[in-house]
Design a protein around this ligand. Sequence first.
Ligand code: UD1
Length: 411
Amino acid sequence: MKKADFLKGNIEIQGSKNTVLPIIAATLLGSGISVIYNCPMIEDVFVMCELLECLNVKTKLENHVLTVDTREADYAPLPSELTGKLRSSVLLLGPILARWKKAEIGMPGGCAIGLRPVDIHLEGLMKMNVDIKLHHDVLMCETYYMQGTEYHLKFPSVGATENLIMAAMGVKGRTILRGVAKEPEIIELCNYLLSMGALIEGIGTDVLVIKGTAALESCDYCNVYDRIVAGTYLLMAAAVPSDIRLIGIEDIHYIKNIIHVAGLLGVTVVKFENYLSVQSSGKVTGGDYITGIYPEFPTDLQPVLISVLLGAEGHSSVTETVFDNRFGIVGELQKLEADIEVLGQKAVIHGGKRLQGHTVKAKDLRQGAALVVAGLMCKGYTTITNISYIKRGYEDIVRDLQNVGVKITYI
Ligand code: UD1
């Protein structure tokens, strides 16, 4: 890819990865056919479908429409070779237990962004009377009956909240979850479960009261746009003079925090009926930023923010509070002659210096996307290797950037 002088054109924002993965897992709670619209055609979705197929679930993904047929779903262990490809494979634990009262599932994989234990998922399930053993990296779970409980999550983990909500469907009686995550993905999952017939109170707050409901009905779902992909392009616009439209954004509620940061960086965002008009002069304003749980600035955009801040004169900083080791971007940006130092959980960016194109390596999904954004700012050509990471979450970042005039191709 080549340095960009001006971004102009439209980018269609794909459906949300982090919303659709738990929804796909939740289809297991019904015995019927579910149609999921606006499903992103990305690697993580393909793997999730393969996992469901191990359970004799039929899936078909065509033109962003995913059909899941769970009528003949049958219990089976989920092999580590597949679960290890995806962090969200662990989300199948809750629905499998709710449906079959047993589960054998390899440990999840996912991006290498610091310690990503599943202790909160497991502690919550144990409180529901599930017996869990770890045998050669395989979780062996069994329960005679799932019991209503009250459980306080020690950290508002997004995945653990989703898993426990789905597991609670198989509980006899009431489950109270305190300290849950409030990310938009949780609200979407709860609303989907409501449409399947679940009883959940407290949606959008940090306490959820869930009444176990054995017979849920399969339901269709229309996926929301991906707030992290939209955020990537909103922040990117700060780094290069831009006049672009992000299409498919009807409701900005879930990205208000990101629009706010884009504004601080120098981007003007105007909302129209189903798109955002995004303009900037390409002159980035520096500052000090901190990631946090929703509604704070999302950790997934932290690497992109670091890349963009390289364009700002003087010192800026980004402090990471969600993951313990998520500065994998820094070493790669240094290969582009970026001046950044990491002090514990804070990255200090000495920006405004000339960046030079080089070959850099994607090491996780969001870090990979952030390297693409950095490439727009580098003199000459930048080559990014290992792009399979980016394809886990961005349907086609090359297509999206070509649509706004960037000289970028697959090689
Ligand atoms: C989800 C998102 C991911 C995002 C993250 C934080 C999906 C598919 N992925 O990941 O893009 O970066 O939320 O917004 O939705 N933790 C524990 N024990 C646990 C679970 C988590 O200590 O049992 C810790 C993790 O190590 C991490 C923090 O909690 O430091 C946040 O993790 P969590 O919210 O669970 O992230 P994910 O659900 O994996």
